[in-house]
Design a protein. Structure first.
Length: 399
């Protein structure tokens, strides 16, 4: 039997939960010390004992767990997850019917009422991400529910938690048959090699799908493109297929070289005619200035936090200065694709960094368009932090 605890909510936070806020955070609880075992079912109650919501205890960087239902009589069991997954799959039905895109998200945590859990589809393979031990305690129920609802070849998992909140290295295979990797999936007709068995990163970030497409369809033709923090070169591949005259991909990770070569080769692009550099991006900016290199398009999609031997980058503090360095190597009338997945500020705040960066460099700019999470990365208005992605296309105007 799963443990269950009644935990009181501070009066000032009561209304927030009644209005559907899903994240259980420590400051909202009167008696958080009652929570000892992750996976414990939490009955959130008012100070007079009135029911507010039901969820589970699971520690991750965001909080203490998630509210899963506001029905006091609803059991959180396999049937519960079957119902949640059915709704999630129905919402993504158009994706299943599109042969040109075979990699997409089918469960996006709290956006689908399942905070702490995401599920992605790669062809006929499914990948479950668990973000806390508490979430992972529901593994059997979630896996069984998924088996009942989808045709699958195999199911894999990633445990994105330990005492430091990091990824847990383990055998990621769960059920079905083991895949032969790389698994080649499609995104808007473009091929990607993904690996569900090689640690936390599988080879492509699915949330940038609309951004990659518009780069290919609208912005890349005739451009010299710099792709920073390039990972496996996905933006570079779409830019090249969109008619870019040349791409430069820069990432500090050693694996980025072979992974980017692989993605280019899969799509019939001569990787030897492109520039793929294993290098500290911050060092590359200085190199580009020294060599007077300029680009028609610069893609800037850093992680929320990055550390190299000489640099530490925090999206919370340093994005403006990174933009200033980007402006310096962007041609007049060039495009900067500024992106961040940092959830600590919203699009409005992000745009203030853009404005400050141009003012401090004496430049002018025009905002062309912006993107947040795509449709399969479902969010809920009650938890705006969940809509973490912010992408802005900026034209640098000659001063």
């Amino acid at each position: 039997m799963r443990n269950e605890e009644r935990v009181q909510v501070q009066p000032k936070h009561r209304k927030k939960f009644l209005n559907g806020y899903p994240l259980i955070f420590k400051e909202a609880l009167v008696n958080p010390e009652k929570l000892k075992t992750e996976g414990t079912i939490i009955q959130l109650v008012d100070t007079d004992g009135t029911f507010i919501g039901k969820g589970y205890y699971g520690r991750q960087n965001k909080g203490y767990g998630w509210v899963l239902t506001q029905d006091a009589n609803e059991s959180i069991d396999e049937g519960f997850f079957v119902n949640k997954l059915q709704r999630a799959l129905q919402y993504r039905k158009p994706f299943f019917e599109d042969p040109n895109t075979t990699a997409f998200r089918i469960v996006n945590g709290e956006g689908d009422g399942l905070g702490g859990i995401t599920i992605d589809r790669f062809n006929d393979y499914y990948l479950i991400n668990w973000y806390s031990e508490g979430a992972y305690s529901f593994k059997n129920d979630v896996v069984n529910a998924l088996k009942k609802l989808v045709d699958f070849k195999g199911i894999y998992e990633k445990k994105r938690f330990d005492s430091k909140g990091q990824y847990v290295e383990d055998d990621d295979f769960v059920a079905g048959e083991r895949g032969e990797f790389p698994l080649v999936v499609k995104e808007n007709g473009v091929d990607f090699a993904v690996y569900l068995n090689e640690g936390a990163m599988v080879g492509v970030f699915l949330d940038q799908r609309p951004v990659r497409k518009i780069i290919q369809d609208k912005y890349a033709e005739g451009k010299r493109v710099l792709n920073t923090f390039s990972y496996t070169g996905a933006f570079s591949v779409f830019a090249s297929l969109g008619g870019a005259t040349h791409t430069t991909s820069v990432d500090l990770a050693n694996r980025s070289l072979n992974k980017t070569i692989e993605q280019f080769s899969l799509n019939g692009i001569d990787y030897e005619s492109e520039n793929i550099l294993v290098m500290d991006v911050f060092k590359y900016f200085k190199y580009a200035v020294k060599k007077n290199l300029k680009f028609d398009m610069v893609i800037l999609d850093p992680p929320s936090f990055a550390r190299s031997k000489k640099h530490t980058f925090s999206a919370a503090k340093d994005y403006k200065n990174l933009l200033k360095e980007t402006i310096a190597i962007t041609e007049d009338k060039g495009i900067i694709v500024a992106s961040t997945n940092y959830s600590g500020y919203d699009m409005r705040k992000f745009k203030t960094f853009i404005d400050q960066a141009f003012k401090e460099t004496g430049g002018k700019y025009r905002l062309l368009e912006e993107f947040s999470l795509p449709e399969d990365f479902r969010t809920t208005k009650e938890f705006r932090e969940g809509d973490y992605l912010k992408v802005v296309f900026i034209e640098k105007i000659k001063g």
